[in-house]
Every structure is written in C-alpha cells, then in structure tokens.
Design a protein. Structure first.
Lengths: 313, 307
C-alpha cells in the first residue's frame, strides 16, 4: 500500500530502480543489490497482490480444515455439558457451544462440509454450463437460439429461490443442496462459454482445422475447449465464493446438512438461538465463511488480472 | 422509440411464459410425485394417497396438467396451500409488501453508500481513499449478510439496546435488516461505479472538457456522471434478483414476516403450490423490474431513443 503511494509520488525513481533491478547481479550481494532485489520482489508482490493474498488466505484455511488435528485434539461432536457455553479462553480458543462442544474443532471440521458445498456445485455448473455453452456457440442457428432463450428464463429465477424450489422437490440434505446450487448456477457458465465459443468460431485456426477435415467433436474438444479454460477458471474461483455463501445461507435456514454434522451455516443457526448468551457461537463460523469467501474472491480477481487483464466477468 | 418499447415489452411475454413452464416442471422433478413426497408429514393410507392424486389431477398426462395450470394462472389462481388450504395468491399478497419494503430499503442504502464511494475512489484514484474503498468493497462482497445481521443484532440490540431485537413493523425495525441486506449490494455498486468512472474519466471527451477550462466539478457532474450512471441503472435492475434471494435469508434472521419466511416454511412443509407460487412471483417481479429499467433507460439516454 505504502509502496504504491511512494511509487506514485516518485515515478522517475521507480523507473530507474526497476531498470536497475532487471540487470543481472554479478558480485556478492551488497546492501544496494539487496535493496534492489527487495524492491523487485515488492513490485512483483504489488502487481499480483490479490492473487498472493487470496492464495495465502485460502492455503491457511485449507490447511486448518484438512488437518484440524494440528490445531485441536478435541472432537467436533463430543459433548461435555459441564463445559457448556464457555467464552473463548486459552483452553477453548473459540469457546464452547450449548453442549460444551469445542467451537474451534467445530469450525475446523465444519469447514470440510462448507468447502465441499462450495466446490461441488461449481463443478456441476461449470461442467454442464460449459457443455451447453460450447454446443450452443458452435452449432449456432436454432439450437443456439433455443438454448439461450432457456437460459434467459433460467437466469430470471433468483439463485436462492431456484435452489429452494429444487430442495423442495428433492428434500433437504447435503447432496441435494449441492445439486440445487449447481443447477441454479448453470446459465451463467453457459452464457460465458457460448460467448467465447462464438468469437473463437470465426478465428482462422478453427477454419484451418475444419479444412483439414477434423471432426466437429475434435475441433470442439481440442481447439475450442482449451481456449475457454482460462475464463472458466476465473469464473469458477469467484463462483466458489458465491456458492459457499449460498450454501451457508441455505443451510442456515435448515435446507442443508442436518445436525449434528458440523457445517458453518448450521453452526451459525445454532448461534442465533444463543445470541444473548454466547456471541462466539455465531461469530467464529461467520468469520470463517467471510475469510474463505474473501480468499476465493481475491484469488479470482488476481487470476483474472494475471491470465487476461482485459477479461470482463 | 415506441417501436423499441413495443419490441421490449413483447419480448417479455415469452420469458414470463417460460418462467411459468419452468416453475411447473420444477415440481415434477420430485422423485415419485408430490403426494408421495408429502406422505412423511401427513401419514396417509394408500387409498387416501390415490384420492389426493385424483383431486390434485396428478393422474392426468403432463400436457393436460400444464394446460390446466396455465388456465388457472390466467385467472390469477395460483392453487391452494397443501397445509391449511388457503389460496396461494392470498398468502403471497399478504406477505409480498414486507419483502418489497425490505428490498427497496436495502437497494436505497446500497445506492446511497455505493455510488458516492465509487465516484470518490475513481476521482481520487491511487490515493488512500481509493484503497480504502476497494478494500471495503472486497470485504463487503465477502461477508455473509445473515452473519452481518446476527452480529448487528448482537451489537445494536443486545449489547447497546439501541434497536429492537425482534423486528416490529416500524421504520426502526427496518434499519438492521435493510443494512444487512444492502451492504453487500453497496460493495458491488462501489466496484462497478469505480470501474465505470475510471474508464469515463480517461475518455477523450473528458479531456476535451478539461482542456476547455471547465471546472472539475462541472466536468464530473455534467459530463462524467451522467454517462457513468447508465450502466449502473442496468446493474441495479439485474441485482434485484440477488436482493430478493438475499431477502429470503435476512427475513429468517430477523424473524420478519415476508415472502422469504413464507417460502422457507413452505419448503420445510414441502408445500409445493406455495413454493411454486413464490418462485413464479419473484421471477416475474425480476423480469418486470428489468423491463422498467430498460424503459427508464430509453427515457434518460437519447442515443437509444433516436437510433
């Protein structure tokens, strides 16, 4: 942050230093070369700050969620009524809930379900959306018109409401909620991939592939699909952020996994009942959601700038 | 202009029809059918189930059912709740006002906070103002609204006692739900306003205006902002759906009566006609709001009017 402000203030100095920084270093590190190296790293860091901060944040969260035993040796489901509703203290850094369960363990183990609930729907949506978008964009004509009109209708249904309607039909639960969120997200991916496919279709390398006599399927899979990967990755990273939020919201209102499964949205719903007595039950899982979503959003922003600064999603 | 408007209005009709058909088929996703799905709650005998199927017309072919559904809709009949038997249209009518009030208040908060902050960030680009606005916007889109709502209840209602915990029908009771719902929206508006204004402030006509010696204030308000607000209006229309969805959760957090609490209860009860009705009404509202936005667009942007 400070670097940028200084950078704006003395652009000439920055130019000279960056030119110097690109020179190969010959002799042992003097204090000047160390300073230059440091400046080069700082500049690289500043350029990709979203990407770096996002990945570090996500890496820390993933580490905690994947290896909870590193941070706590308590179980997320074992009750200990004598220790109920303990505020955060050295023994229980995140406090305990109404049954005396360790909140730190619940938040760490709960992250597993919440993260899966963010990733699986986006895999469904990106997979199905990419297939629909590729077909619509490449085939064109009536199929494109038909599919896109269906997408127009699909997109008009607010995601949470569409997901709720699907949950009504399939019943609540972890798997159903992931299907529901995934299905609700399909049209966004289909539209994006269709757009990319449409513009690619006119490129001469596709024409060349056609002239060479490659089959339609091969052109789609080998020449068009790889070019949609970069925008798909960027959109999926931001999509995971959105899906974690939607999943937590739906499970907060009781549509997702059922107790005693630890899951961030579900723990928050517990916390709501004890809000007068124990702020920590609601605070920590919410903060975990916010940090994870922040990490995924930053990563998405950073990936977009890195892969293609002109990309607009 | 009238040709454009007529075309835009006509295009809305197939979309509305599509929404009706999609919501109709959503209910037919159920493995088995609605009656067997309700079996868990109602404990019916096989004979009662068959009677109920016959009464609901579930034994007819799908196209006959769709035709009947469309005929009823044309008469404003959304069916009856499977629990309690009230007409769905009546249930929705008595709840929709509170939801519209909440989403409108949230949108107003989002615009009042988001637009000035976005403009400030774009005008003072690269300064601490800009960095603050960008960081706040990033945090805003990442914080779950229901958590924000809970933490606000904790702080303002439980600890400080400034606002009522349980939402009453007063304006004071609307503050917390609207802020919780509106802040994420404000963050999105900050990002879009900033991006649009940065692009516009670098445009040639702004340089020309500055070169003419116009005051910064005039350049900003007359030249930049007028153009900058256009994409914003479109975005606000498109975000209306997100807000409606968010309202479902926020109403539950604050135990506030509305479409959201109605639909949540209906999902738990597997009360299909109510869920179907709510989704239909919400999606239609979204389409109509976007129609209104497009019409408004024509009014404020002469380029569309004359082309």
């Amino acid at each position: 942050m400070l670097l940028s402000i200084r950078g704006f203030a003395i652009p000439e100095a920055v130019c000279i230093m960056s030119r110097a920084a690109q020179q190969p270093l010959r002799t042992g590190d003097t204090s000047i070369t160390i300073a230059l190296k440091a400046r080069r790293w700082q500049r690289a860091f500043w350029r990709h700050r979203s990407l770096l901060v996002g990945s570090v944040l996500l890496a820390i969260i993933l580490c905690g969620v994947a290896f909870p035993s590193l941070f706590t040796n308590r179980s997320p489901v074992v009750m200990n009524i004598r220790e109920r509703l303990q505020p955060p203290n050295p023994t229980y850094p995140f406090g305990t809930d109404q049954y005396g369960r360790d909140m730190l363990a619940r938040v760490l183990y709960g992250g597993r379900t919440s993260l899966v609930m963010g990733v699986v729907p986006i895999l469904i949506a990106a997979g199905a959306g990419a297939a629909l978008g590729l077909v619509a964009g490449y085939h064109g004509r009536w199929l494109d018109a038909l599919l896109m009109r269906v997408m127009d209708v699909w997109i008009a249904l607010p995601i949470i409401l569409l997901a709720l309607a699907i949950v009504t039909a399939l019943g609540p639960g972890l798997v159903n909620i992931m299907i529901a969120i995934g299905v609700a997200w399909i049209p966004y991916y289909a539209r994006m991939v269709r757009g990319v496919t449409l513009s690619l279709r006119e490129h001469s390398f596709i024409e060349a592939a056609r002239v060479l006599g490659l089959s339609e399927g091969r052109i789609l899979m080998r020449h068009i699909l790889p070019n949609t990967i970069a925008p798909l990755i960027v959109m999926s990273s931001m999509g995971i952020a959105g899906a974690i939020l939607t999943g937590a919201s739906l499970s907060f209102i009781g549509m997702g996994p059922q107790a005693p499964t630890p899951e961030w949205g579900l723990i928050l719903a517990d916390g709501r009942q004890f809000i007068r007595l124990a702020w920590w039950i609601g605070f920590f899982p919410g903060a975990a959601i916010a940090l994870t979503v922040l990490g995924a959003n930053l990563l998405g922003d950073g990936l977009r700038d890195w892969l293609d600064p002109r990309m607009k999603i | 202009m009238s040709a454009y408007l007529a075309q835009r209005v006509l295009l809305t009709i197939p979309i509305l029809l599509g929404i009706v058909i999609l919501t109709f088929f959503l209910v037919h996703l159920i493995p088995g059918d609605a009656v067997s799905a309700m079996q868990g709650q109602l404990k019916m005998s096989a004979q009662q189930m068959e009677q109920m199927r016959e009464a609901l017309g579930l034994n007819d072919p799908l196209h006959v059912q769709l035709g009947r559904y469309l005929m009823r809709l044309a008469q404003g009949d959304l069916g009856r709740s499977l629990f309690g038997g009230q007409p769905v249209a009546l249930l929705i009518a008595s709840n929709i006002g509170a939801t519209i009030q909440l989403t409108a208040a949230a949108m107003a908060i989002a615009v009042v906070i988001g637009v000035p902050l976005g403009i400030l960030a774009a005008v003072r680009r690269g300064t601490l103002w800009d960095v603050t606005a960008v960081v706040l916007a990033m945090l805003g889109v990442s914080i779950p609204s229901f958590w924000l709502g809970l933490m606000m209840i904790q702080l303002f209602a439980v600890t400080l006692g400034w606002l009522p915990v349980i939402e009453d029908r007063s304006a004071r009771g609307l503050i917390m739900p609207a802020v919780a719902l509106g802040l994420a929206e404000a963050a999105i508006i900050v990002r879009l306003t900033r991006a649009t204004m940065v692009e516009i402030l670098n445009a040639d006509y702004i340089r020309t205006a500055r070169a003419k010696g116009l005051l910064d204030r005039v350049v900003l308000w007359r030249h930049a902002l007028r153009n900058g607000l256009l994409p914003l209006i479109t975005m606000i229309g498109m975000q209306f759906g997100t807000l409606l969805g968010g309202a479902v959760v926020i109403e539950n957090v604050f135990a506030r009566q509305g479409l959201g609490t109605l639909v949540t209860q209906a999902v738990i009860n597997r009360d299909f006609p109510v869920v179907q009705g709510c989704v239909l009404v919400a999606a239609s509202m979204y389409v109509l709001v976007n129609l209104a936005v497009d019409i408004f667009y024509v009014v404020v942007d002469p380029r569309i009017r004359y082309s």
